[in-house]
Design a protein around this ligand. Sequence first.
Ligand SMILES: C[S@@+](CC[C@H](N)C(=O)[O-])C[C@H]1O[C@@H](n2cnc3c(N)ncnc32)[C@H](O)[C@@H]1O
Length: 294
Amino acid sequence: MNIIINHIRSFNRRRLTRRHLKKTLVGARLWRPKRIYRRYMLAQSYYRPQLKMIKSWAFKDTEYSNFYYDLKILNIEHMTHAISVITNLEHKIIARYIEEIRTDDWLKKLILKNLKSSDYPKDTKVEFARRIGWYAIARAIKPKVIVETGVHNGVGACVLTRALMKNSEEGILGEYFGTDIDESAGQLLTSPLSDYGKILYGDSIKSLGKLNYTIDLFINDSDHSETYEQQEYEIVNEKLSSNAIILGDNSHVTDKLSKFSLKTNRKFIFIPEKPKDHWYPGAGIGVSYIHPQN
Ligand SMILES: C[S@@+](CC[C@H](N)C(=O)[O-])C[C@H]1O[C@@H](n2cnc3c(N)ncnc32)[C@H](O)[C@@H]1O
């Protein structure tokens, strides 16, 4: 067994060809190498495309975190159905909102322009990843107040205020509040999107405690520790409107939002995220909502 493992390690280290590994293993004249080789290659075949993407990403790209990517078409289709169930709106309405944000060249140009004049790495593509789902929900439920904890450079803030801008064109006004501990956060949120909201600088829990508004859409995306996430849900609980939706950006790693939903008689759905043309395995959107029949 050790002989085989050493061969595989040396295969990885020396970047030898698959044929070489196969030849070496078969040459060992053991009963199992062929089988192990096949199993090893089968498992690797699931990850090979991502490993290839990692190589080109490491050399060409400048992003370190909060990656930009679009979603796989099938993922978008599943997301559309899930949001249609959550909001009790027809699939075609949600599909229209999703298409609206994915093809929003005005927004992409604005973000790109701001990225170029900021100190943030100058990535050339702007895609919204799971924030596409945040946008569709904000368009669907027409919230009067959106709160997003954790703004970072402000891509989520731009997407959410853009939804408010579109809602206002349909006669429904809304306001956005972002929270961030970092005073340089939100560089991308400029006029005219900044007319639809503002950023509250300082610790999220403190900002939420002071916020004197009824919240219709709450997005948790600040300190990603389990305890902090839970504290955010608890502090906003009494500020939520009767049909408020909570989106958790930590639900792919913790059960805090699903447990909070059970405790407060809410429904919970997790919408997984499948990045297109990116090595990142994807996070997802935890959605906590009140069932229309409740
Ligand atoms: C993952 S980023 C947010 C990404 C953003 N929502 C988006 O869509 O691009 C997390 C942000 O949370 C902020 N943060 C971390 N701990 C915080 C805290 N205790 N209070 C407020 N903001 C915090 C960080 O400064 C960082 O900008």
